[in-house]
Ligand binder design. Structure first.
Ligand SMILES: Cc1cc2nc3c(=O)[nH]c(=O)nc-3n(C[C@H](O)[C@H](O)[C@H](O)COP(=O)(O)OP(=O)(O)OC[C@H]3O[C@@H](n4cnc5c(N)ncnc54)[C@H](O)[C@@H]3O)c2cc1C
Length: 490
């Protein structure tokens, strides 16, 4: 107890950086900026490796783009909700397994609809007529053939182009793949789902890079009790300062000085920058000296898409017992998609998920108008639908703590931008979904980059200290006991 008390006192002293001269009598210190998955993972790893860590988070909550809302009396995710890759290789599997958090699998591997397959769905046209299942499956196959043909175009053209341009070239060459009438509308719906995956419109997605991310095996599973328990577990015992918006980062050969909005400063040996790409793009954090040109270019060139969620809570379920409902239309912009959470959670909730330009347009509305807009889409297909009793609306595009939902490859830019975003600059390390070459735009990707940044930081700081052997590696020491994931589908 005494030694614990002593080390706690040491910790308190060490973390009170404000305008205090730092000495090297205690263990090395790190400031982590951003309390999303990546920042928390980095802070956890360095804390466990006996570093003194303080985490500065601008919001009054942790989790970032993991945001489980409890205002309905049960958990609903306004940000991430799927574990992409329900398998033991998923870096988050040990913690999810240990917590016994159930997953509801919505698709297996290699579905053309990514996180869904066509096992349980209902698509309707704008007049409320259900599209025959046979037609949906057939158009799904055509969509796959079209995507295969776009690969031929990719090989042929040295210049990059958008996915939508590549599809129009495919149609010129293969008129048999061009669909008419209802089939065309269903095809647009598939495109709408693809746009949802990238949170971007097809005319901005790079043909060269769209399929370069790695998908873990095991398909996609919804976190039935929400993602937040994972974050809360990782954050236990960390020194997290909420409401600390970082505005300036100064780096010198012997340390970093970080300033927050109210002028307070924090000093440490190194810093891990784990804020969203959208925030870096907005230049609301000043770097002194400026970040090198290659880093600034990577920040500017990588795309950030927008996907939002409009959560509609109804008194009772009046919709078909399927995993998702879709509305097909002339253009992908007009198509829509509702996730039926009742299947996975038992709660009478539908989640409307607009992406790309539609998400941007809906975000301009008041919450009430946005919820009404989503409800009107539902009324098209289920005219007797009763109005929701509660709703929640996300604003990932305009929230100044995110300024976008997740990153994607835009036309004409190289895929190595993710890696360039990750590469450290002196004693500044970078983490976050947009620094993950393998799994961008995901929670497990963000988590891995947090661990990677922590390990890079540990190596660099301890090399300087010359005490490398004293500290444990922060990676490669997963809990040796592997607890299987709890997976269901009803
Ligand atoms: C609608 C939506 C649905 C998604 N669905 C899924 C899904 O189903 N599965 C999946 O795997 N992924 C999904 N994602 C992506 C996933 O949520 C992200 O990839 C991941 O959570 C990003 O983690 P991060 O740590 O990189 O960033 P964040 O979680 O955004 O963390 C960054 C933190 O930095 C803070 N911050 C910002 N500015 C400052 C500042 N100036 N000073 C201090 N702190 C600051 C922010 O408040 C935030 O807490 C989804 C995202 C969205 C938006």
């Amino acid at each position: 107890m005494e030694s614990q008390g002593k080390s706690n006192r040491q910790l308190q002293r060490a973390l009170c950086y404000s305008d205090v001269e730092r000495t090297h009598t205690a263990s090395p210190s790190v400031i982590v900026i951003g309390g999303g998955t990546a920042g928390i993972a980095a802070a956890r790893a360095l804390h466990d490796a006996s570093f003194r860590v303080v985490l500065l988070e601008s919001r009054e909550r942790i989790g970032g783009r993991v945001h489980t809302d409890y205002s309905f009396g049960f958990p609903v995710d306004l940000g991430a909700s799927w574990l992409h890759g329900v398998c033991k290789e998923n870096p988050l599997a040990p913690v999810i397994g240990r917590l016994g958090l159930p997953l509801y699998r919505t698709s297996g591997d290699n579905s053309v609809l990514y996180d869904h397959d066509l096992e349980s769905y209902a698509l309707f046209d704008m007049d409320g007529n259900q599209v025959p299942q046979e037609l949906v499956s057939k158009v799904g196959e055509t969509f796959e053939s079209i995507l295969k043909q776009t690969d031929v175009i990719r090989q042929e053209f040295s210049e990059d182009m958008s996915i939508s341009l590549a599809i129009s070239i495919v149609f010129e060459r293969r008129p048999d793949l061009r669909l008419e009438g209802l089939a065309h509308k269903v095809l647009q719906w598939y495109l709408c789902r693809m746009e949802g995956w990238f949170a971007a419109d097809a005319d901005t997605i790079s043909l060269k890079c769209w399929d370069q991310e790695e998908l873990l095996p095991g398909g996609h599973g919804l976190m039935v009790r929400g993602y937040l328990p994972v974050i809360n577990t990782l954050a236990k015992g960390l020194d997290i300062r909420l409401g600390h918006r970082v505005t300036k980062i100064v780096r010198r050969y012997n340390g970093v000085k970080v300033t927050v909005e109210d002028g307070r400063t924090f000093i440490a040996d190194a810093a891990i920058v784990a804020v969203p790409l959208g925030v870096l793009k907005s230049n609301c954090i000043e770097f002194e000296p400026r970040l090198p040109e290659w880093k600034e270019e990577a920040i500017n060139d990588l795309g950030v898409g927008i996907e939002n969620k409009i959560i509609l809570h109804f008194e009772k379920v009046f919709w078909p017992n399927v995993e998702f409902l879709g509305v097909v239309a002339e253009t992908s912009y007009e198509c829509s998609y509702f996730l039926n959470l009742h299947k996975a959670t038992g709660h009478s909730v539908l989640v409307y998920m607009p992406a790309g330009q539609l998400a941007r347009d809906v975000e301009k509305m008041s919450d009430e108008a946005a919820a009404n807009f989503a409800f009107m889409q539902l009324k098209r297909i289920l005219p007797n639908a009763s109005a929701p009793i509660q709703y929640r609306v996300s604003h990932w595009g305009t929230d100044k703590n995110s300024l976008g939902s997740y990153s994607y490859d835009t036309v004409g830019k190289p895929h190595d931008l993710y890696e360039r975003l990750r590469i450290p600059v002196d004693n500044l390390f970078f983490a976050g979904e947009a620094t993950s070459t393998e799994y961008p735009g995901s929670v497990h990707g963000a988590y891995s980059t947090g661990l990677m940044a922590a390990e890079d930081c540990r190596m660099r700081v301890l090399e300087r200290y010359g005490e490398l052997d004293l500290f444990q590696p922060v990676m490669g020491e997963e809990n040796p006991i592997s607890i299987p994931l709890l997976i269901s589908r009803m």
